[in-house]
Design a protein around this ligand. Structure first.
Ligand SMILES: [Zn+2]
Length: 466
């Protein structure tokens, strides 16, 4: 299969920008790109890129797809209040809820230019079907490259943790299920559509033993590690009180710093913490909208970058970011950094790199993804920047990052069309959205049957039944 995109502005992230050029694709790879007219390739399908900006497909490095089914709740709570309000609702989910929520969440990602996403799924209520398989099936259908992170929690309230005991699992069960998930779904090949990650949920919901055993398992299997870290000051306090260490030092002690690890959030970092992440090659998934919504704080992204640490972007779960589009997170990241450090803190092109190559590095895929270069996978987003309003912006990358995300003409994953003219082409756009709405209704009903509801305006300690 050959595809040629012609007459397009190319922002390849690595290498010089091309104002008017072409991209040639053979099979699932980019074979050539350059300035000037598109080559004549017999039998190739041609995409007219006139008025468009081509960027690498965006990479999302933190999400909880199941949360699509619990949006709009506990809107004014802190992270800990919000979690306590929602844990019992999430305890009611089943494979059908996850399937529908994942379809909608993945469709929504694709519709904002995402071609690869990770998902951190950490609640596995007993007897409710194969939740991980459900989201993997949804990702296959939607056609995104998927890095499911088999999450876990074993530190319930009775062991000093935050979550109620009903949503945690036993250590041995977690390790067995995680190993099984890696064996069943992890494909290490360069063109891989599915790579499994080992991902205990957070220091306040996973025991030290789960953290160290998970790291040992991941390293034995050659897969990556992910967890939430340093998201709020409450977490700082919790770690100091329970472990006598701040979050990054605690993870260091547990063997959790290294080039095979990336942390979600990394908001509250000391200068020494930043040094440790940079020196060990540990990555961070910056989730500005979620941090903003929960009032968690602003990550020191520009300082992390300046000191050589890797940062990617994440939309985080929809229950704390609602309908946040991944492309919009580039803008949020840029504005948050500038609000904190001034207008030189982050450029539009640096923000684009966070959303592409930074994400690919978090997932260990910088050799195949994150930039437009010959030999890399043909994961490409084509944005229309000659619309009546965007056409007034002289610089297409500025139009993409500073504005609301422009319309998508095409999203290719490995050369395959996933989105065309703003619509999903792998599944019916409305069907994915409708499945998400049905998942929401189903989860609310299942939770109610167990005696749990969360009002939209309440704080965690007011949730019924908790
Ligand atoms: Zn999260």
């Amino acid at each position: 299969m050959s595809v040629v995109i012609g007459n397009v502005h190319i922002a390849p992230v690595v290498g010089p920008e091309i104002e008017s050029g072409y991209i040639r694709i053979e099979g699932d790879r980019i074979t050539a790109l350059g300035p000037g007219p598109a080559p004549d390739v017999p039998g190739a399908s041609r995409i007219d890129g006139t008025g468009c900006l081509a960027t690498p497909g965006l990479v999302n490095t933190h999400h909880h797809l199941y949360q699509w089914a619990s949006q709009g709740l506990a809107q004014d709570a802190t992270l800990f209040e919000w979690l306590v309000a929602l844990y019992q609702v999430w305890a009611a989910m089943d494979a059908e809820v996850v399937r529908g929520a994942a379809s909608a969440g993945l469709g929504w990602l694709a519709l904002s230019g995402c071609t690869t996403t990770s998902d951190h799924h950490y609640i596995f209520p007993k007897g409710r079907g194969d939740l991980l398989a459900a989201e993997i099936e949804a990702a296959r259908e939607v056609g995104l490259r998927f890095h499911p992170a088999r999450g876990s929690m074993d530190r319930g309230q009775s062991k000093g943790g935050l979550p109620p005991d009903v949503v945690v699992e036993e250590l041995d069960d977690i390790l067995a299920a995680t190993a099984e998930a890696v064996d069943a779904y992890h494909d290490p090949s360069p063109s891989s559509m599915s790579r499994v990650v080992v991902a205990p949920c957070s220091p306040f919901s996973a025991s030290a033993e789960l953290m160290t055993e998970s790291a040992a398992l991941a390293r034995a299997k050659g897969v990556r590690l992910h967890t939430h870290l340093a998201e709020t000051l409450d977490e700082d306090e919790h770690c100091l009180e329970q472990f006598g260490l701040r979050p990054v030092d605690y993870m260091d002690k547990l063997g959790w710093l290294g080039p095979d690890v990336w942390f979600a959030h990394a908001v509250h970092l000391s200068d020494a913490d930043i040094g440790k992440l940079a020196a060990t090659g540990t990555g961070a998934a910056h989730c500005p909208s979620s941090n903003g919504r929960l009032g968690a704080g602003i990550a020191r992204v520009s300082e992390l970058l300046r000191r050589g640490a890797n940062v990617g972007l994440g939309v985080d779960g929809s229950a704390s970011s609602e309908l946040t589009p991944l492309a919009g997170e580039m803008r949020q990241a840029l504005l948050f950094q500038r609000a904190r450090y001034g207008p030189g803190a982050l450029t539009a092109r640096q923000a684009l790199e966070l959303g592409t190559l930074g994400g690919a590095r978090n997932l260990g895929r910088q050799g195949e993804l994150g930039s437009l270069e010959p030999g890399k996978l043909a994961d490409i987003a084509l944005w229309r920047v000659d619309g009546p309003y965007t056409a007034a912006v002289a610089d297409p990358v500025c139009a993409l990052v500073f504005g609301p995300p422009p319309p998508l003409v095409r999203v290719l994953v490995g050369g395959r069309t996933v989105v065309a003219d703003g619509e999903l082409r792998t599944v019916a756009h409305d069907a994915a959205g409708r499945a998400g709405a049905e998942a929401h209704r189903r989860l609310m009903r299942l939770a109610q049957e167990r005696g749990f509801t969360v009002a939209k305006e309440v704080h965690g300690d007011q949730s019924a039944g908790s």
